[in-house]
Design a binder for this molecule. Structure first.
Ligand code: C2E
Ligand code: MG
Ligand code: MG
Ligand code: MG
Length: 292
């Protein structure tokens, strides 16, 4: 009996595996043409200073709108883009687009906003990440200090010596580095001290429980204290309620990002959010920072 059950389970497993593989192949082949067809878009999520409650940054988050109108989330296609190497042209597109957008905002006279772009492990592996970034900054006409590069803890840890070398190049260029999803990997702050990084983004899984779980609150409190002693700034991601926002401010977290402030939105909506947040009058006779 156990044998038949076992067989049945394998059959289901195989079918699921097969469906997954087929859909990954579908995604791969349409990803190949998506850049040429201009199917990607960047959304921007505001990042607020907890000291002033004002927007000081934006995280650029990629969206893929297929020709049939369907939206595919990065969680579905970024892993496939990484496996196939397509992340290299897609990542370069994202970096170029975010830099251009930041120039549009700067030239509109918005308050200074730092744009953070996610970079995958595969992009970091390249020897020339710093050169590519420099070239894109120059092409767009953006000051390096207005760009931030986000890398996950696991991407950084994949090849530590290489990561440190690239980070030093970026640091010399005045580009800031954030470690994304901090706390989900195996690195410790003592270890990260070796890296020239600027910001830690505390993973949202730690934020969920801070109101009702004393341990979670204690963990966040000690991460903040240690990070500050290493001169790192802290961003909390995934902040969904006012109570979390207030508590994180009290705990000394420097910056807040999450649905409580705003979900990621198209460029024009981001401008409207910044104007409202900074109590600026939206100019009626000028375009609202068209997406680039
Ligand atoms: P991430 O860099 O950690 O980005 C934060 C994710 O959390 C985003 O998901 C954002 O929409 C979501 N989020 C923000 N606030 C909240 C909240 O309050 N509650 C909840 N539940 N979620 C929140 P998104 O846009 O689906 O992106 C997922 C991941 O895809 C990103 O995680 C990043 O790792 C990757 N990604 C996005 N854009 C790019 C890109 O241009 N290049 C690369 N390499 N990766 C990207
Ligand atoms: Mg990120
Ligand atoms: Mg994250
Ligand atoms: Mg994140």
């Amino acid at each position: 009996r156990a044998k038949t059950l076992g067989k049945a389970r394998y059959a289901v497993f195989d079918k699921e595996m097969h469906e997954k593989a087929v859909s990954a192949m579908d995604i791969e082949s349409s990803l190949r043409t998506a850049i040429e067809r201009d199917e990607f878009e960047l959304y921007y999520q505001p990042i607020l200073s907890s000291e002033t409650d004002r927007v000081i940054g934006a995280e650029a988050l990629i969206r893929w709108r297929k020709s049939d109108g369907g939206m595919i989330s990065p969680g579905e296609f970024i892993p496939i883009a990484e496996e196939t190497g397509l992340i290299l042209p897609i990542g370069e597109w994202a970096l170029r687009t975010a830099c251009r957008q930041a120039v549009v905002w700067r030239d509109m006279g918005l308050p200074e906003i730092t744009v953070a772009v996610n970079i995958s492990a595969r992009q970091l592996q390249r020897q020339d990440l710093a050169h590519v970034t420099q070239a894109l900054l120059e092409e767009a006409g953006l000051e390096a200090r207005l760009l931030k590069i986000e890398l996950t803890e696991s991407a950084v840890m994949a090849d530590v010596d290489h990561a440190i070398a690239i980070f030093k190049d970026l640091e010399r260029m005045n580009i800031k580095i954030s470690v994304d999803d901090f706390g989900t990997g195996y690195s410790s702050l003592a270890y990260l001290k070796r890296f020239p990084i600027h910001t830690l983004k505390i993973d949202r899984s730690f934020i969920n429980g801070i109101l009702d779980n004393e341990d979670d609150r204690a963990i966040i409190g000690s991460i903040i204290a240690m990070a500050h002693s290493l001169n790192l700034r802290l961003v909390a991601e995934g902040v969904e309620t006012e109570a979390q926002y207030e508590l994180l401010g009290k705990l000394g977290c420097d910056e807040i990002q999450g649905y409580y402030c705003s979900p990621p939105v198209p460029a024009a909506d981001f401008v409207a959010y910044v104007q409202k947040n900074h109590e600026l009058q939206p100019a009626n006779n000028t375009p609202r920072g068209q997406p680039v």
